[in-house]
Design a protein around this ligand. Structure first.
Ligand code: ATP
Length: 241
């Protein structure tokens, strides 16, 4: 089963002599219910892939489908609605609202969508991310790891088809980062959540079921059940291209 499908997706920034082809006819299925990591050297197109796959940016050409929905033809309002209701986002910088409590941060996507909270689901995700007892705090009263857990709970609250994570542990120390990655993996293994994570870090990528490698805007390799050493070795090889 496919969560997201890219067909011949090309993204060109700029035009003429100063143009950059960030994605070059990328065709790829992201499987449902799996944790997929995307790696590649700096400038290989990881962020561009995430932006296009998650409907944050539009490809120059090609097709992106979320489930049965073709994103490339959607009007901006429909695309915004789709992102809000069917996709969850986790960023390196957490992106929490400082004036809101943990609970209000988590339920914000529901308020934007005009949906009532499913109390049982809310309790379940709060328990899973380990935020019981912290619900009335503001983000600045939490550690980085706790803030990222709030962001993960917020990403899950609408029961999205896919969670896209962009360097989710980039701002965390390695121990806290490992806990956050273990949590993401648990959400996949126990709840069937689909997670797609862009990262520079082989240790982070090793938490995924599979790692896709980008080089110069193309997927050039894949590792299943990766170890950090294998991922690091593959990255070294890519750097030598
Ligand atoms: N808004 C933009 N305008 C022009 N060029 C861009 C823009 N965004 C990205 N690029 C170029 O597209 C290519 C791919 O960039 P992208 O950010 O997707 O790579 P990345 O793999 O995420 O890099 P990093 O690991 O350094 O974050 C790079 O050559 C980059 O310079």
């Amino acid at each position: 089963m496919t969560a997201v499908r890219l067909d011949s997706v090309t993204k060109v920034y700029g035009n003429g002599d100063s143009s950059t082809t960030a994605l070059d006819r990328v065709s790829r299925s992201i499987p449902r219910g799996r944790f997929t990591a995307v790696m590649g050297p700096s400038g290989s197109g990881k962020s561009t892939f995430l932006q296009c796959a998650a409907g944050l940016d539009r490809p120059t050409s090609g097709s992106v489908r979320l489930g049965e929905t073709e994103l490339t033809g959607l009007k901006e309002t429909k695309l915004t609605e789709l992102r809000r209701e069917r996709i969850g986002f986790v960023f390196q910088g957490y992106n929490l609202l400082p004036a809101l409590s943990v609970t209000d941060n988590i339920t914000l996507p529901l308020r934007f969508a005009g949906r009532a909270a499913d109390r049982a689901w809310l309790a379940e995700i709060i328990r899973r991310v380990g935020l019981d007892g912290l619900l009335h705090r503001r983000p600045n009263q939490l550690s980085g790891g706790q803030q990222q857990r709030v962001a993960i709970a917020r990403a899950l609250v609408t029961r999205p088809e896919v969670v896209f994570a962009d360097e989710p542990t980039g701002a965390l120390d390695s121990r806290t980062g490992a806990q956050v990655l273990a949590l993401l993996r648990q959400l996949v293994d126990e709840l069937g959540q689909t997670v797609v994570m862009v990262t520079h870090d082989p240790v982070a990528a090793a938490h995924a079921h599979s790692v896709l490698f980008l080089a110069d805007g193309r997927f050039v390799d894949e590792l299943l059940a990766p170890t950090a050493d294998q991922v690091a070795a593959r990255m070294t090889h890519l750097g030598e291209w």
